[in-house]
Design a protein around this ligand. Structure first.
Ligand code: UD1
Ligand code: CA
Length: 492
């Protein structure tokens, strides 16, 4: 069946989303509520909320139960833009009972989309099509019940889509849907049906509410099954349509750590493939992790075991060595990040300028802004500092709260002492300055342009442009120095 767009355009009903997230997730064997376990760095339920938000939901009602407070607080914090509402379900008497808790909040004229908090990768396009199916109007009938289904080789555990009373025809995609039968209530013949309910449905609220009120728990599990509304729809003469998809990843649920890890790997592989399709060269798509968004220009190369978090962008020709962790950062064209480098911009972000060379073993922290051609070498930490074009800090150094001019050479072992125990202070290093090894620059302090600071200096006063400054004890040598000798050799 196809759904012409002319049936619902400007006058489409509003969308209300119900996310069921009250279950305990016993098989996770964790004190953390299941829907807060992370996939690609984000709680399972947050993925679902992101998708619902992108669909333009006017309200997203999350049904919470186990760990309700923690779930509500975490999800509100992670999705501040989402139109979230929470309702509590206690005790948890089944999926029908869960949606009953949300019903009073749902606008009668809206379309209701039911999602599960533990099915994180449900796709926007499949849901759009499902919603459109439910909004389809036939002569006299205002909308219909639309079920998202999939055919599985091993349907164990899922509710089966029963298409006719005649079991011989069950599974025929053209036959009318009659019911969903839960695994535990199914006859052997029904268990053989491979088409299953994914746990996702769209339905007009005005239809849903009276059906919810009629649910009972006369079944093998003694639960109020949401899926029983299918039979009610059939009885009421409301059309039931199955929107069938092929992509099992989108409807995969998480019940235990094994499934969570499998879903993570499949999702990561899919993200890797999408990047490679854009031309990104991944040394091994099986050893790549994206926990956020990665945008890449042409000819980016990424070696094995790299993790990208938050929003990261890589300019043309950027090369990332093995075992790097890069979060909240912009790496500009031609820059090279050598192995084992850790970059985390958190809120302030990190910018690595064009053709810069970073690492191996470098650490860039929030507010590091490195200009073109900067070199940052091993065991160098940079926080909240601006480095001008061509500046170099190649070994074992710390730059915090500093402005470093162009072409500065910052010696091995040198540090900015930016924190006096109460406040942070800035260090300003002018263009073309040479800081020797093992210097301590006690902020606030300014090193004038073109100046030189002798190795081992501890500076607490600013220096003039072009000056050589040495601030350490003067070297003293005593020629022919005789070391003391023992008075009574032989005695202890
Ligand atoms: C449900 C469907 C089944 C479908 C399967 C797809 C029912 C009766 N069955 O079965 O047809 O094939 O999903 O995965 O709906 N939840 C609550 N409160 C409750 C019970 C569950 O919020 O009282 C939440 C759970 O946290 C979970 C979701 O609802 O996020 C689904 O519940 P679950 O118990 O996993 O349903 P299934 O038995 O898998
Ligand atoms: Ca389930």
């Amino acid at each position: 069946m196809t759904f012409s767009k002319t049936h619902n355009t400007a006058s489409s009903p509003a969308l209300e989303v119900v996310v069921m997230a009250a279950g305990k997730g016993t098989r996770m064997k964790s004190r953390l509520p299941k829907v807060l376990h992370k996939l690609a760095g984000r709680p399972l339920a947050a993925h679902v909320i992101d998708t619902a938000t992108r669909l333009g939901a006017q309200r997203i009602v999350v049904v919470t139960g186990h760990g309700a407070e923690e779930v509500e607080q975490r999800l509100s914090a992670l999705a501040p833009q989402a139109p979230l509402r929470f309702v509590r379900q206690s005790p948890q008497l089944g999926t029908g009972h869960a949606v009953q808790q949300a019903a009073p909040l749902l606008d009668d004229a809206a379309t209701v989309l039911v999602l599960s908090g533990d099915v994180p990768l449900i796709g926007h396009d499949a849901l759009r099509a499902l919603i459109q199916a439910s909004q389809f109007r036939q002569a006299g009938a205002h909308g219909q019940l639309a079920l998202l289904t999939i055919a599985l080789d091993v349907p164990t555990g899922y509710g089966r889509i029963v298409r006719t009373e005649d079991q011989n025809n069950a599974g025929d995609q053209n036959a009318a849907v009659r019911a969903i039968v839960e695994e535990k209530d199914a006859s052997p013949a029904q268990r053989a049906i491979r088409e299953v309910y994914t746990g996702v449905m769209a339905v007009p609220a005005g239809r849903l509410k009276p059906w919810l009120a009629r649910l009972d728990n006369n079944n093998a599990q003694g639960e109020y099954y949401l899926t029983d509304i299918v039979r009610m729809a059939v009885d009421d003469g409301v059309p039931v349509v199955a929107h069938r998809i092929d992509d099992a990843l989108q409807v995969a649920g998480v019940n235990d750590p094994v499934q969570l890890a499998q879903l993570e790997r499949q999702w990561q592989l899919r993200q890797a493939q999408a990047l490679m399709a854009q031309g990104v060269r991944l040394a091994d798509p099986a050893r790549f992790d994206l926990r956020g968004t990665l945008t890449c220009e042409a000819d980016v190369e990424i070696d094995v075991n790299c993790i990208f978090e938050g929003a990261v962008s890589l300019g043309a020709g950027v090369r990332i060595g093995a075992n790097c962790v890069i979060a909240h950062a912009r790496i500009e064209a031609g820059a090279r990040i050598d192995p084992f480098t850790h970059i985390d911009g958190e809120k302030a972000g990190v910018i690595v300028g064009p053709d810069a060379c970073i690492g191996p073993f470098a650490r860039l922290r929030p507010g590091a802004q490195l200009g073109p051609g900067v070199h940052v070498g091993n065991f160098v930490e940079i926080k909240n500092s601006i480095l001008g074009p061509g500046a170099k800090a190649n070994h074992l150094a710390y730059l915090g709260d500093a402005s470093v001019g162009a072409r500065v050479n910052y010696g091995a072992g040198s540090i900015t002492a930016n924190y006096d125990g109460a406040n942070k202070h800035r260090t300003v290093i002018g263009d073309d300055v040479h800081i020797g090894s093992n210097c301590v620059l006690i902020a606030p302090v300014t090193i004038g342009a073109g100046g030189t600071v002798g190795g081992g200096s501890t500076l607490s006063k600013s220096t003039a442009s072009g000056a050589l400054t040495v601030a350490r004890a003067r070297q003293v040598s005593v020629v022919n120095w005789q070391r003391p000798k023992k008075k009574n050799p032989g005695k202890e």
